[in-house]
Each structure stands twice: as C-alpha cells, then as structure tokens.
Ligand binder design. Structure first.
Ligand code: SF4
Ligand code: SF4
Length: 445
C-alpha cells in the first residue's frame, strides 16, 4: 500500500493542465523589479544605488539578519530606483528596479550544460555557498536554506527528505523539473546530504506523476543512499509535517521544529538550485513557474527571471482570457489573489493560476450545520469550525489555547465545508492576531 500522512487531508481535482509542457525560457523583461523581501525573515538590505550598473548574478542586496537571504540581479542593466511596489501579498514592498540592457552574466557563473557530479567542499563550505547564492525554500515557504541546514545543537539530522509532492492542484513546475533535470537534482540532494552530514535521503513523489517516479528512481539508483518514495495522492502532503509523517512515520509535536524528528526537508526545486549554486556558482535569480487555468490558451511552464512582471508571462500563454474571474499567485488551495498583474515574480513564485468567473465565484455562505467535515479534513487535528467562530467573536486568547498557531493554512477545511464558511480566512486572521500577542508577550520579558 502506498504511504501517506495519518490524519486529515482531501483530494481536490488535480487539473494539471500544464503537465508535460517543456520548460520554456521566458523573455527577459524590459524592466526587472526585484523585491527585497522574497523570503521568511528580515528583508535584504540593498547594496546598490540608482545608476549602478549590474550584471546577471550580481549581488544587489545582503541578508538583513540571521534569518534572511541575499538577493542577486536577474538581469544586466542599470539600477533605475529603489522604490515600493505591490507584491503578491497585496501590500507595497521595497524593491530594486532595473532597466535592462543586454544579457551580460557574471563571469564566475558556469553556463555550460555539463553535469558536475563531484563536490569536494566541506559541509561548512557548502552552507556558505548556498547562503552566498541566496537560496531559499522554493516550495513556497521561502525559508532561507542555509538556516535550515544548520539545526540547533539540541537537534540531530538523520535524513534529508525531498519534497517532490507538488500536491497543489494545477501546478506542474516541480514535475517538469524532475523530468528534465533529474541528474542535477540528484547531485543537489547528495550535496544537501553532505551539508547536514547524513547518508540517507528520501524523495517523496505522489503517484499521479508516474513518469517522474520512474525517471527519478532510475537516476537515484546510481547515487548512494537516495531512495524515491511513491506516495498516495492526498492534499496537503507537501506540508512539511505531513511529508515527514508520510515518508518516515514520525510526527512533529505541536510547537516543535520539524528537525525534532531528525528530518531536514527541502523542496525538489531547492535541490536543483543548490546544485546550480554549489557546482555552477549560479545564484538564485530564475525559477520554473507554471502559468495555467482552464481558459488559458496555452498553459505553460516557464523558466523566468525573478522580477519579471506576471503580465508578461500571462501574455506568453495567450493573454488574459475574457472570462477571467480571479488571478492567483500560487495554487488554488494556498495561493493568494493578486491585486494586479504587474506584480513581479519572486523566488517563491511557483505558479500563476487564472480562474474563470465560474470557478472564482464563492458559494453563498450558510450557517454551520455541525457536520464536522472540516475537523475530519484538517491535517493538523484542529477544529476549524471552532477556530472560525472564535475569530469571528475576536476571542484570540482562546484561539491560542486551541492551537491556532498549528494551522498550516492549507485550505482543506474551507474546501470541504458544505456551508461555504471562510474557515481558512478566519484561521489566517487568528494566526496573525495570536502571533502578534505572542510577540508582544516575548518583547515584555
Ligand atoms: S487551514 Fe488550518 S484549520 Fe483548516 S484544515 Fe488546514 S490546518 Fe486545519
Ligand atoms: S464543515 Fe462547515 S458546516 Fe461542517 S462543521 Fe465545519 S464549519 Fe460547520
């Protein structure tokens, strides 16, 4: 029987419309807008100013703290300004605007297609290279990778788990990356194993991607200690805690870090970026992104420079369909509606989903009928109907007691609710309020 996680979960329609579309290099934008806050933690600090000339791969911002990441230019040209722009969250955020001239890369980057397998660097040198290249988790959470590779002294890494689940409906970027770059990914996984000093890695792939399972299993057989684990299709298996549960049957306790189970989880796109950073000296300045939707003329997977306006990628798929109801940054379960299409792509941009009017329409909200479907669906063992009622009443103290902070905002509760209650929205609100309460309490100490 195929492995999966032990509680909750749903199976939305997969709608992988861009599956098997080869990765196309997107056009370089005329102007790149590179956000300073593309990761969890402190925004990066700019080290360029208006008028400076940059190349592809030039470092343009330093990490702004321990939990932060460096940022590199994705284009060559001249810095036009440092200013705010609306990002995928809908709020204005500081960014470096670059007017593009040509496509001149830093000479240190190895642009050849040659596979470089051997890595003679020490664990410490690998982590430093990953930090210098600005690598963050590419599954969407964007946690700086170097931080995750240095677990606290109380924890011990026992294995690496690669998240190649791509359980969000519609998205296919990771699937296509595996089909086209299995060897590079496998070298990246070996490097990650070396960085955390373990000799075992598991690659979890859902069995709706049989071709990826096949190619990755074949390539993995030539690398020591790497095993591909086919998983049953079940959302949100790509959640870090759910994936650890599915693959090694260990559970992360409430409030504990995933490393407490001995697992270091990295996304498959991150493993590819690690290969490029360590073996090719290539900083993270481009990524694969799916642009998709039922009314999109040509759903596609692009390799796009970070800072490309989303509108440009939508145009490359045939333009915005007439019946567009909503444009989502990410997938339909965890993505967020974009306020405009000039939002620039960032390191965490895994997809752009264009929903038609019919799909985008939310069902009319009804009173809760106490069916408990949301409780059954919640992969974190929470009671979403209760959390939403508490948020509605502003009872955030009780929300903290009911473990709101454990919510992974997966949307499974809202997806399953027959009364169309906006349960995830209330959980997000509760998490923001409870998080602020906890931070205020800690600041007083
Ligand atoms: S969004 Fe939160 S409360 Fe709802 S199912 Fe996911 S983890 Fe549970
Ligand atoms: S699924 Fe909806 S209707 Fe059913 S208990 Fe949960 S909130 Fe109420």
């Amino acid at each position: 029987m195929l492995k999966t996680f032990s509680i909750g979960g749903v199976h939305p329609q997969e709608n992988k419309l861009s599956a098997h579309q080869p990765i196309i290099k997107a056009d370089i934008p005329a102007k790149a807008v590179i956000l300073l806050g593309q990761h969890i933690g402190a925004p990066a600090k700019p080290i360029v100013a208006k008028g400076d000339v940059v190349k592809v791969g030039t470092k343009i911002a330093e990490p702004g703290g321990f939990v932060s990441a460096a940022i590199h230019s994705s284009v060559s040209g001249k810095v036009a300004k440092i200013d705010n722009i609306i990002d995928a969250s809908g709020y204005p955020k500081p960014a470096i605007f670059i007017d593009v001239e040509g496509d001149e890369w830093e000479e240190t980057i190895d642009r050849s297609e040659t596979l470089v397998k051997e890595c003679t660097l020490s664990a410490e040198e690998i982590v430093k290279k990953i930090a210098d290249a600005g690598i963050v988790g590419l599954g969407g959470a964007c946690f700086p990778t170097q931080v995750k590779l240095c677990p606290p002294p109380t924890a011990k890494a026992e294995c690496v788990i690669i998240n190649a689940v791509e359980c969000e409906p519609y998205l296919t970027a990771d699937h296509q990356l595996m089909l086209e770059h299995a060897e590079e990914i496998m070298v990246g996984v070996s490097i990650l194993m070396k960085a955390v000093k373990v000799n075992k890695a598991f690659i979890g792939i859902e069995n709706n991607k049989p071709d990826a399972i096949q190619v990755m299993t074949k390539v993995a057989s030539t690398y020591a200690g790497i095993e591909v684990v086919p998983l049953k299709v079940r959302y949100p298996q790509g959640g870090e805690k759910q994936l650890i549960d599915a693959v090694i049957k260990r559970q992360v306790a409430s409030g504990a870090l995933p490393i407490s189970t001995g697992a270091v989880v990295q996304n498959v796109g991150t493993a590819f970026a690690v290969y490029q950073a360590v073996q090719k000296n290539k900083p993270l300045f481009e990524r694969v992104i799916s642009v998709t939707g039922k009314s999109v003329a040509k759903p596609s997977n692009f390799l796009a420079r970070i800072g490309t306006p989303m509108q440009q990628l939508i145009d490359a798929c045939g333009g915005l369909p007439e019946d567009t109801g909503k444009i989502i940054g990410g997938g339909p379960m965890m993505g967020k509606a974009l306020v405009n299409t000039e939002v620039p792509t960032a390191k965490g941009s895994s997809g752009i989903l264009i929903m038609n009017k019919k799909e985008a329409k939310r069902g009319e909200q009804q009173p809760c009928i106490r069916c408990a479907k949301c409780v059954t669906a919640c992969p974190m063992g929470l009671e979403p109907y209760l959390l939403s009622a508490l948020a509605e009443n502003g009872d955030f103290e009780r929300m903290e007691i009911e473990k709101t902070m454990d919510c992974i905002e997966c949307g499974s509760c809202q997806f399953t609710c027959p009364a169309n209650r906006p349960l995830t929205d209330y959980c997000r609100l509760g998490k923001a309020k409870v998080g602020a309460m906890i931070r205020a309490r800690q600041a007083k100490k």
